[in-house]
Ligand binder design. Structure first.
Ligand SMILES: [Zn+2]
Length: 302
């Protein structure tokens, strides 16, 4: 027993260290896949996917991960593929698992692109919840820094001949303001948290209707590689899993409201057994039911 306690204490107390391996998912895009679980001392916040776009002359980083050390470890891994400078860093949305590595890249001279919402929610020097969840050692060096350029509408950049489209959502989807990054030439969509596979999403800062609307848009696009914010799949799996879950939330919540079932009873009785194998059900699903119910209580179909 004592031995067990000592081992557990050692794991919790010692630095996790990041073992990051990039996977090439299309001609110029590399993916780091995080675990499909909540951030913890054991995973160091490595529960998010981050992406690197390689041109002939540089890397463009889309989402920088949960800490300075994570960003540095990702960079070390990418240096083994090619040692290129990083001038552009893009953050898909305000959730801190996706961008706490920003200050690592800022030190290298990169320009940080993100939403205004992120900048408002996390002023320079503010606290990020992630840093109180992971080990102190893993959090070392991480700072909340400012955003250099805002992405507030659909726009494009061409960098070393690679065209990159920013798709901006001006309605709440996963968060109040989300961005997707699309590479038309290789039909790769880096969707941020618009798409998840293997695990359920969180509705806390977003909306079920917004989620469904965003999927309609994604379905109309010409995509071969779906680069998701969480989960390992890059085929259409995420699209189906997201739609199924959002639709189940919508139908069950609306039916409950129509039948006069109150919120409490709805949360206790809604049948989501079809989703029992999805990761994060125990952590996120009950509150998602609550958010869905509240959203549809005053909802009018257009
Ligand atoms: Zn996320």
């Amino acid at each position: 027993m004592l031995k067990k306690i000592i081992i557990v204490a050692c794991i919790l107390g010692s630095s996790f260290g990041y073992d990051l391996k990039p996977i090439k998912i299309s001609n110029s895009v590399y993916q780091f896949v995080g675990k499909t679980e909540a951030p913890s001392k054991l995973n160091g916040g490595d529960m998010v996917n981050t992406y690197w776009i390689k041109t002939d002359k540089q890397y463009i980083v889309v989402d920088t991960g949960p800490s300075y050390k994570y960003a540095k470890a990702a960079h070390e891994a990418m240096k083994r593929i090619a040692n290129l400078p990083i001038k552009y860093v893009i953050n898909t949305h305000m959730h801190d698992d996706h961008w706490l590595g920003n200050n690592y890249f800022k030190e290298l001279g990169a320009t940080i692109y993100a939403t205004k919402t992120q900048s408002k929610k996390f002023p320079v020097g503010s606290d990020a919840h992630m840093l109180s969840v992971i080990n102190k050692e893993d959090a070392t060096g991480t700072k909340v820094i400012g955003i250099d350029k805002f992405i507030d509408k659909n726009s494009s950049l061409t960098i070393d001949g690679t065209k990159i489209d920013f798709i901006h959502f001006d309605y709440a989807v996963h968060s109040p303001e989300d961005i997707m990054v699309y590479l038309p030439k290789e039909k790769t969509l880096i969707a941020g948290d618009i798409l998840f596979s293997q695990r359920i999403t969180s509705i806390r800062d977003g909306s079920v209707e917004g989620g469904l609307k965003s999927l309609d848009l994604v379905e109309k696009m010409d995509i071969e590689n779906y680069a998701t914010g969480h989960g390992k799949f890059t085929d259409k799996t995420a699209l189906k899993q997201m739609r199924d879950y959002f639709m189940a939330l919508k139908t069950t919540a609306r039916k409950a409201i129509e039948d006069g079932v109150d919120l409490d009873k709805y949360v206790k009785t809604a049948d989501f057994s079809a989703f029992k194998d999805m990761a994060m059900m125990e952590i996120l699903h009950k509150s998602n039911l609550g958010f869905a119910y509240t959203e549809y209580e005053f909802f009018e179909e257009k």
